[in-house]
Design a protein around this ligand. Structure first.
Ligand code: GLP
Length: 249
């Protein structure tokens, strides 16, 4: 069935069905759910939906706006409204110090990293203070786009003292595996999570719209001696993750 046929008002739009924008919103939701309006397809323009349904453009706009806030529809400037691709949200525990590779393996997903930067650099002021680097020390940096199950999930920029990770090129898949081998796997970490809007370059790499919601997670992790192992900033797609913390009395 085409989107136009699906939106013909017979059978779903009625006087007793509640506010008309709600009825239209529900019809569009049903179309998305049933695959009549498949991911990445464009929604007929507002004017056309108004013509097919006999509703006013104001009503149509209101229904679409609600779907935009629900995250089902995305408005791309100059090219109209599109059905958003749905990523299944993942739950991520906030109490276990695990690596990205382990988290995904736990869910039966393969991971892939594309390298954006990997090498030895002069540290930034933030790295010097967070990693407690001595004067003149360099820093090992790795910056990756992390994918799971074929989908981009996060951008991750890690900085480590050079004596902890002398050769960043050794990291091919899992950083924590390499640290484990070197006897430097962290045992404790502090994480700071903040809500952000993804800037154009990051949004592009993550395959979401500019300004889309994301989560910034800064992890500082430590050896049992208390020494800092890594300072990592990860930008996660906001539509892919739910972070869950267990609280006890
Ligand atoms: C998570 C953490 C990072 C850590 C990474 C290691 O994503 N947020 O701080 O560096 O895991 O993952 P992997 O061992 O898969 O490279």
């Amino acid at each position: 069935m085409s989107a136009v046929e699906f939106l013909r008002p017979e059978g779903w739009l009625g006087v007793n069905g509640g506010p008309r924008y709600v009825q239209l919103r529900q019809r569009l939701e049903a179309g998305i759910e049933a695959g009549v309006l498949p991911p990445n397809s464009s929604l007929p323009p507002e004017r056309e939906i108004a013509e097919i349904t006999g509703l006013s453009r104001v009503t149509v706009r209101k229904a679409i706006q609600e779907l935009v806030s629900e995250g089902l529809i995305e408005q791309r400037q100059g090219s109209g409204s599109f059905i958003r691709e749905r990523v299944s949200r993942m739950e991520q525990s906030l109490s276990h110090l695990t690596s990205f590779t382990e988290d995904m393996a736990h869910r039966g997903m393969d991971t892939k990293s594309s390298w954006l930067e990997r090498g030895v650099f002069l540290p930034s002021a933030q790295e010097i203070s967070a990693l407690d680097l001595p004067e003149g020390a360099e820093v090992a940096r790795i910056y990756r786009l992390r994918e799971a199950g074929g989908r981009p999930m996060a951008l991750e920029r890690a900085a480590l003292p050079l004596d902890i990770l002398p050769n960043p090129l050794e990291v091919t898949t899992s950083l924590y595996d390499v640290l484990d081998r070197l006897g430097h796997r962290p045992v404790r970490a502090i994480q700071k999570i903040s809500a952000i809007n993804l800037e154009p370059p990051e949004a592009k790499l993550l395959g979401v719209a500019e300004g889309a919601a994301g989560l910034s997670i800064e992890r500082t992790s430590f050896l049992s001696s208390g020494r800092v192992v890594e300072l990592t900033r990860s930008l996660y797609r906001g539509d892919a993750y739910d972070f869950v913390a267990e609280l006890r009395l």
